[in-house]
Ligand binder design. Structure first.
Ligand code: ADP
Ligand code: MG
Length: 238
């Protein structure tokens, strides 16, 4: 579904050039649950932003379902982003004065009112927040706020969910709640989840771990031993 070829992203600040990404090759299949790990500054957010069409590479190719994303217009890119991608971040990026259901309705600007409300309720129910629909962010715990952000990302039925350090602001118990929701989306809805984290506990939820250093991929491995069931096998059983 996703293919990066010799992807490079340079940042120029004054006379300095930073190679945030340095010739990255990566293939991600539909329905994968992949964690990108690495120290601070290794290029994790840069690769996520390019994958999510929030940023463009300096060189190299990004193919999404065979289409060269570097060759399509800015309009097509933002349509792709709106239709196929959902995003969650470390800071939940909720609007302080809106209650949960209003936050989740926000992406559905082109839908009729009744439909908006119905779909927002469904999304909040999926993340276990049906009882908290009328609460504002200050009236919700961190984990609940992140779940509102997940519902907001899901309401447009994305095929890929990008999560940049989604548990970075949460304690370990709440992190587990949030990761269980992401895992459920992969297992039960077939959503592709691309997660950035520097916490091993969090990365352990993923099926595959890609490790970065200095803008390069230094390791890419499956997160299980050969004796353990694959994701599909687990799906078939449970
Ligand atoms: P990570 O998310 O792994 O911490 P980033 O992808 O944010 O790393 O950054 C990778 C490198 O690119 C770092 O050296 C960072 O300082 C640099 N960088 C990121 N964004 C910018 C920017 N907007 N301008 C200049 N340098 C940047
Ligand atoms: Mg980052």
């Amino acid at each position: 579904m996703i293919r990066l070829e010799a992807l490079t992203r340079l940042y120029r600040t004054g006379s300095e050039v930073v190679r945030a990404l340095d010739g990255v090759d990566l293939t991600i299949e539909r329905g994968e649950f992949i964690a990108i790990m690495g120290a601070s500054g290794s290029g994790k957010s840069t690769i996520m932003n390019i994958l999510g069409c929030l940023d463009r590479p300096t060189a190299g190719r990004y193919l999404f379902e065979g289409k060269d994303i570097g060759k399509i217009s800015e309009d097509s890119r933002s349509r792709l982003r709106g239709r196929e991608f959902g995003f969650i971040f470390q800071q939940f990026n909720l609007l302080p004065r809106m209650n949960a259901i209003e936050q989740v309705e926000l992406p559905m600007v082109y839908q009729s009112g009744g439909n908006r409300r119905k779909r927002a309720k469904q999304a909040l129910t999926m993340v276990g927040l049906a009882e908290r629909m009328n609460h504002k962010p200050t009236e919700l715990s961190g984990g609940q706020q992140q779940r509102v952000a997940i519902a907001r990302a899901l309401v447009m039925s994305p095929r890929v969910l990008f999560a940049d350090e989604p548990t970075g602001a949460l304690d370990s118990r709440t992190s587990e709640e949030v990761m269980a929701i992401l895992e459920g989306l992969v297992r039960n809805q077939g959503i592709t989840v691309i997660l950035v984290t520097h916490e091993q506990d969090v990365a352990n939820y993923a099926d595959r771990v890609v490790r970065m250093r200095d803008g390069k991929i230094i390791e890419d491995r499956m997160n299980r031993t050969a004796a353990e069931p694959t994701r599909q096998e687990r799906l078939a059983v449970g």
